[in-house]
Design a protein around this ligand. Structure first.
Ligand code: ZN
Length: 251
C-alpha cells in the first residue's frame, strides 16, 4: 500500500464540506451491505458519500476552528451502528455553524463494510495501526498530517464478546486527557468506562492506543449490537456517544 497525498476539495452538494481520501485501495460498494444501506437516507450528500467510498476511504472536513477533532467509524467493517450514526451526524452538522474543525471518516474500510466483515483483507485494523502503511496506519498518518488533536473511534460489541457491554475505553498514560474525555462521556450518557493505565500494553495496534502513544488524546466507544447487523437502538446510542464526545469540546 502507499499513501496518497491529496488536497481537500469542496463537496458540491454541501456548502461547508470538503473531502479527501485516506487511501484509494480500500474502496467498496457500501450499498451492497443492505443493513447499512437501508438505514441511510438517500439524499444527495449520502449518495455522494456512497459513490466516493467505491474508490477508497473518504475523509470529510467541516468548519474551521481551534480544535481539530476526528469522528472515526468502520475500523471493523461488520460493526454497523457507528458507521450509520457517523453518516447521520455528518448530515446533521453539515447545515450548522460549527466552532471547531471536524473531520469524519464514516467508512474506514468501505470494502470490509461491503463484505460485512470485521477484517479488511484478513487484517484486524484495530491491531495494525502501528504497522507501517496498513490502512489504519494510513489513518494515523492522515491524523498527523492534518494536525488532528482529538480522536473518537466508534465501534460496537456483541453480547458474549469483548467487552460485551456499552462502554468507553481510555488510557491514563501517556495522554491523560483521554481518561478525562472518557469520564466525561460515561457520566454524560450513563455508560461504563474502561480505563487502562497505559496505552498499547495489553495488545498492540489499536487506533486509540497508537494515537495516545503519539500524545493525541483518543477514546474508543462501544455500543451493544450483534455483529454484522444493527441492534435495536444501537445507532441512537452510538450517535449519542458521538454527540457527547463533541460536547466535551463545546461543539
Ligand atoms: Zn470494533
Amino acid at each position: 500500500m502507499y499513501n496518497i497525498i491529496m488536497d481537500f476539495e469542496k463537496v458540491e452538494c454541501a456548502d461547508n464540506l470538503e473531502m479527501s481520501y485516506v487511501s484509494n485501495l480500500s474502496g467498496g460498494y457500501v450499498s451492497r451491505n443492505v443493513q447499512v444501506f437501508n438505514q441511510i437516507e438517500l439524499n444527495d450528500l449520502n449518495k455522494f458519500i456512497l459513490k466516493k467510498s467505491v474508490f477508497g476511504t473518504p475523509i470529510f472536513k467541516l468548519g474551521n476552528g481551534r480544535n481539530k477533532i476526528l469522528i472515526l467509524s468502520g475500523i471493523h467493517g461488520n460493526e454497523l451502528p457507528s458507521q450509520i450514526a457517523n453518516i447521520r451526524l455528518l448530515n446533521e452538522l453539515v447545515n450548522e455553524k460549527v466552532n471547531n474543525t471536524l473531520f469524519f471518516i464514516p467508512f474506514a474500510a468501505p470494502k470490509a463494510t461491503m463484505e460485512n466483515k470485521r477484517f479488511f483483507n484478513t487484517l484486524d485494523l484495530n491491531r495494525a495501526a502501528h504497522v507501517n502503511n496498513s490502512l489504519s496506519n494510513l489513518i494515523i498518518q492522515k491524523i498527523e498530517e492534518l494536525g488532528i488533536n482529538f480522536v473518537g473511534d466508534f465501534h460496537s460489541t456483541a453480547y458474549n464478546s469483548n467487552p460485551g457491554f456499552e462502554s468507553i475505553f481510555s488510557t491514563k498514560s501517556p495522554t491523560a486527557e483521554s481518561f478525562l474525555i472518557a469520564n466525561y462521556i460515561a457520566r454524560d450518557i450513563d455508560c461504563r468506562i474502561i480505563a487502562l493505565d497505559s496505552a498499547g500494553e495489553s495488545y498492540k495496534g489499536a487506533v486509540e492506543d497508537v494515537c495516545n502513544l503519539k500524545r493525541i488524546p483518543a477514546v474508543t466507544a462501544e455500543v451493544l449490537s450483534p455483529f454484522a447487523s444493527v441492534g435495536e437502538g444501537s445507532v441512537e446510542r452510538s450517535y449519542l456517544q458521538m454527540k457527547s464526545f463533541l460536547s466535551y469540546f463545546g461543539v
